[in-house]
Design a protein around this ligand. Structure first.
Ligand code: ATP
Ligand code: MG
Ligand code: MG
Length: 555
């Protein structure tokens, strides 16, 4: 087996183990805020944390970071759980930061009693103005030296809902001159008169992210709390907060950072994805053009391809953008091995085989997947009238055109060699029928001399009498710019690709697809990989193109 080198986070863990951390103390968490659906960036964090769990046989908690009732909903909690399960990972415990509200509150009281926290009743703009700049010290709040008694009393009133939103905050008393802006008396609690999706109206005050996150890690005894780079400057505060509650006996969590996963031609922030949903640029969080896990699933991505992508893209210490082509490669590579080959015609033109008897049908043997010897074969119907793609025929063409042209031959996949003899056109000069003859001895796999003749072009087709009409949705990139949210004075939505969805409502697929179930994946030969959409029914088949095939005949 190939030996993989350790990534920098694994190196940190190995060092900690070498320095005496006991292996059975290793514990990780994945901490989503339930304010949106998970995206391919979250998949990086999921694969990383659950991957460490598997590697070290350590528990991984799923912790909902639900401290902002204004934006959080049960719908998101359910979607997040579904997506992680679909990826195939198992959490040790399902936990909620809101479960720790009482403990966090009790610790806040302790801080006040130690003279390390105070209630500030200035406006948020006054507080901001006193923050200073990275090069200039801030100024102390006039409330900084309130007595402990007064602070306890005011904080109690905040908790009991006696003050309006925005009127008071609880702040840690650290250092208004710290070179780290996060240390300049950060806010611990704010008043929010909002109903929380789990705690209802129990609380009128809600803890801030920094205060919540590290303490939750401590409560859960997380050994390595892995977050993204923008939290690096928060680490000092994370440690300061831990100092206030750490007993000195149990495990002290450690925050470490890695670079966020960015993907080209899309946006990844939940706030922006929510805008796309709410403003109708896409049809929901699971629109197949979205970089969400649910969108990718609906598009036809497999868990395996997403995990493979996370693995190949790797983790990094520096911000970077991963090319979406790598994600597409991962799904093509997976589906090439697993997706049955079938025939579908997206842009049909009628072709008549004039020397094939009227009313006759033949059921021909077709291999399901040349990449999988256990995939077997199926029968496809052949008859006098078939559809081929309009682009696969030209009356005249140069030598490089290996498809069908007048007077020349092609092979029909799994069937016969045909020769184009004439065309019928309508009054606009549009070809309505191509008339061909076939060589009855040339059937694929029949072993005859005629069947072995070398013919340059091979076309896919469906028998008109047997084909099933289907809707096919072709997707292109949602954005026409590589980094749509990287423009200083332009909104990311200015770069939305107006042609990201093309709906074909008169495609024809071979009859074996009538029985396909939602989520089933296929290679439409010569076209790409497609899957059955959630909108599909037996009466009205709907397919999504997951990804096109670049090469004309994938082996
Ligand atoms: P967003 O800006 O999309 O809302 P977030 O960090 O606020 O992202 P959370 O729900 O808090 O979203 O994220 C849960 C976990 O997933 C966190 O540990 C976070 O660091 C990680 N994560 C989020 N986005 C990415 C990303 N693009 N790449 C890697 N990890 C990510
Ligand atoms: Mg977050
Ligand atoms: Mg966020």
């Amino acid at each position: 087996e190939e030996k993989k080198s350790l990534n920098f986070l694994e190196q940190i863990i190995e060092e900690d183990l070498a320095n005496g951390l006991s292996r059975d103390k290793l514990r990780f968490r994945f901490p989503p805020e339930p304010n949106g659906y998970l995206h391919i960036g979250h998949a990086a964090s999921i694969c990383l944390n659950f991957g460490l769990g598997l590697k070290y046989n350590a528990p991984v908690n799923l912790r909902f970071d639900d401290t902002n009732p204004a934006k959080e909903e049960q719908e998101y909690v359910d979607a997040i759980k579904k997506d992680i399960q679909w990826l195939g990972f198992k959490w040790a415990n399902e936990l909620y930061s809101s479960d720790y509200f009482q403990q966090l509150y009790d610790w806040a009281i302790q801080l006040i009693k130690k003279g390390l926290a105070y209630v500030d009743d200035q406006s948020s703009s006054e507080i901001a103005a006193q923050k200073g700049t990275p090069t200039e010290a801030g100024t102390n709040s006039p409330n900084r030296d309130r007595s402990i008694e007064e602070n306890l009393e005011l904080f109690e009133k905040m908790k009991n809902g006696e003050f309006p939103e925005g009127s008071h905050v609880l702040r840690a008393k650290i250092d208004m001159a710290s070179p780290n802006m996060h240390m300049r008396d950060p806010i611990l609690y704010r008043i929010l008169n909002k109903e929380h999706h789990r705690t209802g109206n129990t609380w009128n005050i809600y803890p801030m992210y920094d205060w919540t996150h590290g303490e939750s890690d401590y409560i859960e005894q997380i050994s390595h709390s892995i977050c993204t780079l923008e939290f690096k400057s928060h680490r000092e505060l994370y440690d300061w907060y831990l100092d206030q509650v750490y007993s000195g006996k149990d495990l002290r969590p450690k925050q470490r950072e890695f670079a966020r996963r960015n993907l080209s031609y899309t946006v990844m922030s939940k706030r922006k994805l929510l805008q796309l949903v709410e403003e109708g640029y896409v049809n929901g969080w699971d629109d197949p053009r979205m970089p969400t896990i649910s969108g990718l699933r609906r598009r036809g991505y497999t868990p395996k391809s997403i995990i493979k992508f996370s693995e190949v893209a790797g983790i990094s210490k520096r911000d970077n953008v991963t090319d979406v082509a790598l994600l597409e490669f991962c799904i093509k590579d997976d589906l090439n091995k697993t997706a049955p080959r079938v025939m579908a015609v997206l842009n049909p033109v009628k072709l008549v085989i004039t020397n094939f008897p009227e009313g006759k049908e033949e059921w021909l043997e077709a291999e399901n997947n040349p990449e999988d010897e256990n995939a077997g074969s199926r029968k496809v119907p052949f008859s006098r009238e078939i559809y081929i793609e309009k682009e696969d025929f030209r009356e005249e063409a140069n030598k490089k055109f290996f498809r069908l042209k007048l007077g020349k031959e092609v092979r029909l996949k799994n069937a016969y060699i045909i020769k184009a003899e004439s065309v019928i056109k309508d009054e606009n000069g549009e070809i309505t029928e191509i008339h061909c003859t076939y060589d009855p001895l040339s059937r694929s796999g029949s072993g005859t001399e005629e069947s072995k003749r070398k013919i340059k072009g091979t076309l896919h087709w469906v028998s008109i009498a047997h084909a099933v009409k289907a809707e096919v949705r072709l997707y292109d990139r949602l954005f026409s710019d590589e980094a749509p949210d990287n423009h200083k004075d332009k909104d990311f939505k200015e770069f939305i690709n107006p042609n990201s969805l093309e709906i074909i409502d008169n495609a024809y697929v071979e009859p074996s697809l009538k029985e396909a179930n939602i989520g089933d994946k296929f290679q439409f030969q010569r076209l790409g990989y497609f899957c059955v959409d959630t909108d599909s029914s037996t009466e009205n088949l709907v397919f999504n193109r997951t990804v096109p095939l670049r090469d004309s005949w994938a082996k």
